[in-house]
Design a protein around this ligand. Structure first.
Ligand code: SLL
Length: 155
């Protein structure tokens, strides 16, 4: 297939985690669990990413049942409860109708607020309610096929 050599599309995404303390009423499960949390990949304005993302795979810590969680459609997110922080590898598989490929990301689940480290690329927002830790990333489509270019341009 011929490719449009001078054309690049980039699409911003946000990935990260959101955590809140478990309320006593929610502690039906494991009593060692202290937080409920969500790990996610989403558009910056919550736009639908399924045009160019086929699925997203989150690899949780081995202490979780079925640690590999796959989202085949939006929302690309996993909800869990637990007690500890750990690195979550996130595999974003692109939709081959646009571009073949996989983007590998890693996000550290953050449950506890920490001092802002200016060297860190992670943005952390703490309120009394939630600890949010997010990264910004751009998916870049270089030299798209004519068809992929049309789809991206229309989006
Ligand atoms: C730590 N290295 O020691 C980390 C591991 C693992 C957290 C944290 C398990 C929940 C469950 C859970 O929260 N694991 O048992 O379902 O801090």
């Amino acid at each position: 297939k011929s490719r449009l050599k001078t054309i690049t599309h980039s699409r911003p995404i946000i990935y990260g985690t959101h955590a809140t303390l478990l309320k006593p009423a929610d502690k039906r499960g494991d009593p060692s669990h202290t937080h409920k949390w969500t790990v996610y990949v989403r558009g910056i304005h919550n736009e639908d990413l399924s045009l160019y993302i086929k699925k997203v795979q989150f690899k949780l810590h081995e202490s979780f049942e079925h640690p590999v969680r796959t989202c085949e459609a939006p929302p690309y997110e996993v909800h869990e409860t637990g007690w500890g922080e750990f690195d979550i590898p996130i595999k974003v598989l692109l939709n081959e109708a646009i571009e073949r490929g996989t983007i590998n990301l890693v996000h550290t689940l953050q449950l506890y607020p920490k001092d802002n480290d200016p060297a860190s690329t992670t943005t952390t927002t703490t309120t009394a309610k939630a600890v949010v830790s997010e990264h910004y990333e751009e998916i870049v489509f270089n030299e798209p096929t004519d068809d992929a270019h049309k789809k991206l341009a229309a989006h």
